[in-house]
Ligand binder design. Sequence first.
Ligand code: ADP
Length: 469
Amino acid sequence: MKPPKRSMRLRTRLILTFGVSALLITSGISILTYFLVRGNLIENRDQSALSVASVNARQAERRIFEGATDQAVRDFLSNLRGVRAESTAVLRVETDWISADPVVFVAPDSLNTELLETVNSSSTDGAKMKYRMEDGTPVLVIGFPLATRNALYFEATPLDDIEDTLDSLADTLMLVSGGIFLFGIAIGFWASRRVLFPVEEVGHTAKAIAVGDLSARLDVGNDPDLEVLASTFNQMADTLEERIQADAKFASNVSHELRSPLTTIMASIDILNGNKDLLDENSNIALNLLNADLERFRQLVEDLLEISRYDVGVNALILERFLIVEFLKRVTEQRSSKDTSIVFLFELNDILIEADKRRLARVINNLLDNADYYAGGATAIEVQIKDNALIISVIDNGPGIRREEQSSIFDRFARGSEGGRRGSGTGTGLGLSLVAEHVKLHGGSVTVSNVNPDGTGSKFSVTLPKAVK
Ligand code: ADP
């Protein structure tokens, strides 16, 4: 099956939308500005060049009377004022070409032949043309036929100043567009943070609820757009919390209610146990079966009661400071099975810890009981300090826990497929989940790993954060 396509992150999409919109808008405005300015500049130049050239042509008509020398004509042309200082006036009298001095525009070489033809063939109207000279300079050439002496008048005005202005305008507009694009990205970044903040809040709160903080709620605030989302979310969380607490209370009440009849039954069974000799063989077998199941039942009710206290949140730590190694030794000594073979592995003897003694003893006893049930007894207890955390490990050489079960084994009523087989019938599947709850209440965690490369042997490690050396 193809993996689902990952779409772009919402934040990235928002930022890009802002950036690209800013770029499109400024590019549009820039292009419009460029063409408007360009049109305007060129039209103005055309008009002024045309009127100046037409006045000059009329003057030339008067000045190039029969008998005027070439020098006189050149002087006259040089003194004409064009639309720019660089404008060049050129005359063709009969077949001779006379240019103003200094010459920017060389006639007839730089003159477009088509334009020459047009002007030559037109009677009174002039003609104009824009083109590039050989050296690349853009030029506007306006020509008029003159009534006297079969002459043509041309005035060439370079347009390089307009081209330079337009080039720098284009550079500026591109720079501004780039700047506005970056500004759009920055605004997009800022806006996406603001817009996505409530979504992130929902995510964090939902995550907090998912990991067990049922009291986590969203801040409703006073934004009408978000109020509905926040209050609906909070309502949902309220309902969920009520449900879970009702369930937990129910389990707690049931186990509580079971306790008193159980005590009565156990007391009665004790009487029967005391009078075993009076019972026949069958009754004795039945009594033994009852004893075993009753013990398991009692354990189940005790465990259920304890675990439901966690669910209703009424468990509080009673913290004390004590020497951990000494404490662990005492716990093992007090056990009825007296595991004298357990080796203590520790680096320091005087590690102080702040913890709830009763709960920690319960944790260690549970792990040692399990080692007894499923693994032929614990072989070692290890105490280590790592990154200011205290790690207590109970190690055995039993069948080990399969890798795929190593996290689910701490779930309620989870019974391992391998280890569970040996002790089937004895456990309730609540022991390790109680261990996890006790440790969690201390702000710690519990994990299991295998000891040997072939997967045998278990090492249950309890990590407590409050190591005081
Ligand atoms: P219970 O002992 O009542 O079954 P636990 O929660 O204490 O419940 O243990 C869950 C399961 O983990 C057990 O059924 C057993 O399969 C497995 N287990 C626990 N400790 C060990 C161990 N030391 N070695 C092998 N398996 C173990």
